[in-house]
Design a protein around this ligand. Structure first.
Ligand SMILES: CC/C=C\C/C=C/C(=O)SCCNC(=O)CCNC(=O)[C@H](O)C(C)(C)COP(=O)(O)OP(=O)(O)OC[C@H]1O[C@@H](n2cnc3c(N)ncnc32)[C@H](O)[C@@H]1OP(=O)(O)O
Length: 719
């Protein structure tokens, strides 16, 4: 839909109307085609302005309409007709001009943007490329290097940067449509020969081949296995080397491959999943639409280790007043210095003042008396956390929301230490907390919807992908990590090396394989968890019983490595070796290989050849199986919650859409068959036993992922 009016006598004003973001649906495209024709054929109209209603120009093509049967006028001829018009067309850009929205603006002869507007071609993040001529027009307008940057990263730029790059002609702080109309009046009747971007020659950078080679290498490295960034580079290369019409053909060809790809489906699924997790609901039925959050202006962080420091930075950067508490003076001083320098670095990057004065430091817990929300981030020790919660209950003003940043402990047990358990929730941050996008918000049986809403609102303010999950050991993310790492340890016993397992996972698309990741995170973290679960006890070094715990198969390999003081990067060795403690470059370790050989010999294990497919099937399907159990248990409300957690917190390749989406793409029947196969071979491994929800979904014809909730609901209603 598009509205047409005539303003100032001679300006035709076309307003895109498709709330909330004026996406270019078939109806909007038809509206534009019709209204442009009306304006161009009206002799009284001397120039045209295109704008969007409700303060947003256009959020791009309507992703919800993507599919094999798209109807309505195509974008390319629509934009071409605008560019070919013999009357000046001005885009009035407020809010956002993204994807097809910016491509539409690039077809206009002039662009006026509000100072708060943001512009970009984020198609690559949806597995696509700017295929409405954007990949051909942008390099002609702003040059190849800048266009490559915007198109391959999909980053949004501010109006100021857009002006500097030459994407817009003017930036205004006032009413954008008024400014555009004024501008349209001033250019009415002027020649448009120099305003049609498709007719510009593409500026030729020196060392064209070297530039493209360098960018291609960069995109291949940063998004391992992702097709869209590669296609984006190829499309821009076409702009730089071919005439416009041939470049457009190449753009079309590349888009045809991407449009129907599984990667595009996965990335678009994640786009909507990220928004769906904001519509959270608790088993009681209370949720985002029925629960009001409490205002949080001042927050406290208790415990200033690495996690507490990151949380303090994240809160201060969000604009909150923060009280940072650490009882040990030396640690308090160290933390203050670390927090200040992180804030200073961040502020320098953004060209703003560091929010140092928002934080007050104290050794005394009494300082939290007037805060609205507390995040406890002390050492992962239940006794210590309980003590802190008792103190907080005595000190905090009534109604203060009490959050624990635990990664595995029972937050309900902590809640029971307070007179108001309804005010207690978990806020599970990921390290470094000011960088990592994920936040698990954990509710217990007594947490109030208001406390959950408050934590979710705070997460949103901090720019986190925040997901509401139920309380269980490891919540969602770490719980699914257990079968994943267990399988990797078993594979080492059976003949694999850390290098082989990591290579398989990295080729799949993980930014880091499991062993390299655990060297980075520190092997002692998992060791502590296994000890607290009564698993990692020192045993006889040989004999069958060393590999059995609680009646099931267990691999003590990781515990034995830790007993050697090999905790990963920080100690200079773990699954790999490093030049020195703290160094990041992992090198293959002959010691580890001979340790594995000796271990196998001691336990009578014969190494066999293991291929990448087995690594992927065993590690990933065991993890997915646990994901189904999590859904069955009601710990996560839907597959989208699990997938957002894995994509934003655990390095799962975004273009594969998260583990549950991946399972749906592989085919649930196949996942079930492989799990059955592996469980038959390893009957003493419960994680490989297919869970009943998976079997039920397969029995009901393997419905697509967006219909799993119905099956889960039915399952829960029968329990
Ligand atoms: C055939 C193709 C030919 C040519 C190539 C062109 C391709 C494209 O244009 S692909 C689309 C490119 N555009 C984008 O990637 C922008 C996506 N949107 C956003 O980044 C943001 O939504 C926003 C910055 C525009 C607004 O942000 P915010 O105010 O925070 O709102 P939400 O993100 O919560 O979105 C609100 C609501 O709108 C839905 N939505 C947003 N963009 C689109 C879209 N392009 N198509 C369809 N729907 C869109 C979003 O899903 C939210 O709705 P739900 O909560 O119901 O999911």
């Amino acid at each position: 839909m598009a509205q047409y009016t005539r303003v100032s006598g001679i300006v035709g004003l076309i307003t895109l109307q498709n709330p909330p973001v004026n996406a270019l649906s078939a109806a909007v495209r038809q509206g534009i085609v019709d209204k442009v024709e009306t304006a161009l054929s009206d002799p009284k109209v001397k120039s045209v302005v295109i704008c969007g209603q409700n303060g947003i120009f256009c959020g791009g093509a309507d992703i919800k309409e993507f599919g094999p049967k798209m109807s309505g006028p195509p974008l390319i001829p629509m934009i071409h007709a605008i560019e070919a018009a013999n009357k000046p067309v001005v885009a009035a850009i407020e809010g956002s001009a993204l994807g097809g929205g910016l491509e539409l603006a690039l077809g206009c002869h002039y662009r006026i943007a509000h100072s708060k507007a943001r512009l970009g071609l984020p198609e690559v993040t949806l597995g696509l490329l700017p295929a409405a001529g954007g990949s051909q027009r942008l390099p002609r307008l702003i040059g190849v290097p800048a266009a490559l940057d915007l198109i391959t990263t999909g980053r949004h730029v501010t109006a100021a940067e857009a002006l500097q790059l030459g994407i817009v002609d003017q930036v205004t702080d006032n009413n954008t449509v008024d400014a555009a109309v004024k501008f349209a009046l001033s250019v009415a009747g002027q020649s448009l020969d120099a305003r049609r971007i498709s007719t510009y020659p593409c500026p030729q950078p020196s060392h064209l081949d070297a530039l493209f080679e360098e960018v291609m290498q960069k995109v291949r490295q940063s998004a391992r296995g992702a097709m869209a960034p590669v296609a984006c580079v190829q499309a821009v290369r076409a702009a730089a080397t071919l005439p416009y019409t041939q470049g457009l053909e190449r753009e079309k060809e590349l888009m045809a491959t991407l449009f129907t790809s599984g990667q595009a489906r996965a990335l678009q699924y994640i786009f909507f999943a990220q928004r769906a997790v904001g519509r959270w609901r608790m088993p009681s039925g209370a949720g985002w639409d029925t629960s009001k959050h409490r205002p949080v202006n001042k927050a406290a962080v208790i415990g200033l280790g690495t996690m507490g420091q990151g949380i303090t930075v994240a809160l201060a950067q969000t604009g909150l007043s923060v009280v940072a508490i650490e009882t040990q003076e030396k640690q308090l001083m160290k933390a203050k210095q670390a927090v200040s320098s992180t804030l200073e670095r961040g502020a320098k990057r953004r060209g703003v003042a560091p929010p140092l004065d928002r934080i007050s430091y104290s050794q005394n817990i009494q300082a939290v008396a007037d805060v609205d929300l507390v995040i406890e981030a002390v050492f992962e020790d239940m006794g210590l956390k309980m003590e802190v919660f008792q103190q907080l209950s005595a000190v905090c003003k009534p109604g203060t929301v009490l959050c624990t940043n635990t990664s595995a402990l029972d937050m309900d047990q902590l809640a029971s230490e307070t007179p108001n358990p309804e005010l207690v929730v978990g806020m599970h941050f990921f390290s470094p907390a000011h960088v990592m996008k994920l936040l698990e918000v954990v509710y217990g049986p007594r947490s109030s919807p208001q406390a959950v809403a408050t934590a979710m609102q705070l997460g949103k303010k901090m720019g986190k992908a925040s997901v509401v999950v139920g309380n269980c050991r490891g919540f969602v993310g770490n719980r699914m990590l257990m079968p994943y790492s267990e399988q990797a340890f078993f594979l080492l016993e059976e003949g694999a090396t850390p290098e082989l397992v990591d290579r398989a996972l990295e080729e799949f698309g993980f930014s880091m394989g499991l062993f390299r990741m655990s060297d980075l995170a520190g092997l002692d973290v998992g060791w502590r968890v296994r000890k607290s679960a009564g698993l990692a006890e020192p045993r006889e070094a040989s004999g069958q019983s060393a590999r059995i715990r609680k009646g099931y198969r267990y691999s003590p390999i990781a515990d034995l490595i830790c007993e050697q003081g090999r905790f990963g990067q920080k100690t200079g060795s773990g699954w790999y070796q490093y030049d020195k403690p703290g160094s990041r470059v992992a090198r293959s370790d002959p010691w580890l290989h001979s340790f594995l050989e000796q271990y196998r010999a001691r336990h009578g294990l014969v190494a066999r050849s293991i291929d990448h497919q087995e690594v992927l099937e065993r590690c990933l399907y065991a993890m997915i199986n646990e994901g189904f159990r999590i859904l069955e248990d009601g710990i996560a409300a839907g597959p989208e919650d699990i997938d957002v957690i894995y994509v934003f917190g655990y390095g799962w390749p975004r273009h594969r859409g998260g583990p549950m989406f991946y399972a749906s793409m592989v085919g649930l029947a196949k996942v079930l068959e492989r799990l059955e196969h592996y469980h038959q071979a390893h009957p003493d491994v419960p994680y490989l036993q297919p869970c009943s929800l998976l079997k039920r979904l397969v029995a009901s014809g393997s419905p697509p992922v967006h219909r799993w909730r119905e099956v889960i609901k039915k399952l829960h209603s029968q329990l």
